[in-house]
Design a protein around this ligand. Structure first.
Ligand SMILES: *Cc1c(COP(=O)(O)O)cnc(C)c1O
Length: 228
């Protein structure tokens, strides 16, 4: 069985190769370790191997792990669907939120971000895969939403996040990620972040401009929802 450190070094190799293939600086691509369903001990092991950014989907699970890992200088990213009644805890306990797709949620995060913390880094989740996916704003909604959010205090709109329909077809992966990048460029807001690419499609995402790849399985191993 490979260890988390082995997996991390394999991933670093994949990221470097993908960056080289598209003439990008590998340092412009950041790895977000997605630890949903995995214990705090696994995150601690990832930290020892060099991971500094952790992504979580479920609030209570994330808060439990943060409490167990409070001795580590980790940066916490919220990447799951957000209900209104969870915004206060997210505003208080995270550095980044990748999964905002409604103005109401952004307004609450802005109002509830404590004054002593720096602005909350925020990505707008956009749905580029049609009606199948429930999460993410539409391409049509995006410009007005991005404008409105960029005017809110205590938030810093950094860019877009997307989870395209999973596929092994590289051309289809490329088309979806290129669309996200195009939507971002069209906003003309000078945003610096594209959160896209997971274990199975990070090569395509990097080729299309990803600055964060969100990696769970390839780092921590398969998830067992039966035990979660
Ligand atoms: C689970 C999850 C990931 C990681 O997916 P893997 O395929 O395990 O790498 C990335 N982003 C989001 C939003 C997720 O929910």
């Amino acid at each position: 069985m490979s260890t988390i450190a082995d997996n991390l070094s394999t991933l670093a190799g994949r990221i470097h190769s993908a960056a080289a293939a598209s003439g990008r600086d590998p340092a412009s691509i950041h790895l977000l370790a997605v630890s949903k369903t995995k214990p705090a001990t696994a995150v601690r092991e990832a930290f020892a191997a060099g991971v500094r950014d952790v992504g979580e989907n479920y609030l209570q699970e994330a808060l439990d792990k943060q409490a167990q890992l409070s001795d580590l200088p980790l940066t916490w990213h919220f990447i799951g669907p957000i209900q209104s009644n969870k915004t206060r805890a997210i505003a208080e306990h995270f550095d980044w939120v990748h999964s905002v797709d409604r103005l109401k949620i952004a307004q609450r995060l802005s109002e509830q971000r404590p004054d002593h913390l720096p602005p909350l880094n925020l990505c707008l989740q956009v749905n580029v895969s049609g009606e199948d996916s429930k999460s993410g704003c539409t391409a049509e909604e995006l410009p007005a939403l991005a404008q409105a959010i960029s005017a809110l205090p205590k938030l810093r709109l950094r860019g877009l996040m997307a989870i395209p329909e999973p596929t092994d077809d590289r051309a289809a992966q490329d088309a979806a990620f290129a669309r996200v990048r195009e939507l971002q460029d069209n906003l003309g807001l000078g945003l610096d972040t594209l959160s896209m690419g997971m274990s199975h499609d990070l090569e395509s995402a990097i080729a299309q401009g990803a600055t964060w790849v969100r990696i769970g399985t390839a780092l921590f191993g398969a998830r067992d929802y039966g035990q979660a």
